[in-house]
Design a protein around this ligand. Sequence first.
Ligand SMILES: *[C@@H]1O[C@H](CO)[C@@H](O)[C@H](O)[C@H]1NC(C)=O
Ligand SMILES: [Cu+2]
Length: 239
Amino acid sequence: MKLSLPLIAAAAGVANAHTIFSSLEVGGVNQGEGQGVRIPSYNGPIQDVTSSSIACNGSPNPTTATSKIITVQAGSNVTAIWRYMLGGTGSAPNDVMDISHRGPTIAYLKKVTNAATDSGVGGGWFKIQQDGFANGVWGTEKVVNGKGRQDIKIPQCIAPGQYLLRAEMIALHGASSYPGAQFYMECAQLNVVGGTGAKTPATVSFPGAYSGTDPGIKLSIYYPVVASYTIPGPSVFTC
Ligand SMILES: *[C@@H]1O[C@H](CO)[C@@H](O)[C@H](O)[C@H]1NC(C)=O
Ligand SMILES: [Cu+2]
């Protein structure tokens, strides 16, 4: 049986096809699942953009604390590794996230005093990467078809010190009403070295940066099929 696109979207909405940012790769070395990344007990999404769990996940998916703080060089790339289930290899697309889960990939940083203990809730967040919809391809499709890898450049011009890195994928298959969009995010704990501190980014809050009426959060992507897409949140900070 061949399903129409809206039916595929509806079927995907009930499928257990979620994802977790489960580890961080730095300089070609995977730091280990849950090592310096706060992984949740369950791979389901956050759907309430006003919940404190929109910052670094959490209730109803409690996250596990980790004492590791990962050293990264300002100006270099890190890679968030996404997995449908913890322990997965990412070798098959379904090992990353169901392909029906289409939407943007986004990353933010927040300067903190102690990356191992800061909840991430509140102000201080600035966006450093985003990939929405271009030439008919969603940011999430590149991650799903690319073994779960989301490349994120740590800006050269930020101040050295500890940061939280919030890597996010938003799945829009059920976003025609709100709540409907599925927000997947976890936070990694970083110590950024070598930053010049030449620029101070403008910041936003989580919760606060997103609204249930944002054009990139409440929309139908399948019917009608979108022609363009507005990524939620602020513009990307650049040096
Ligand atoms: C580094 O990450 C950025 C995204 O922030 C990406 O556009 C760029 O291609 C990456 N560079 C490398 C060498 O992977
Ligand atoms: Cu899902």
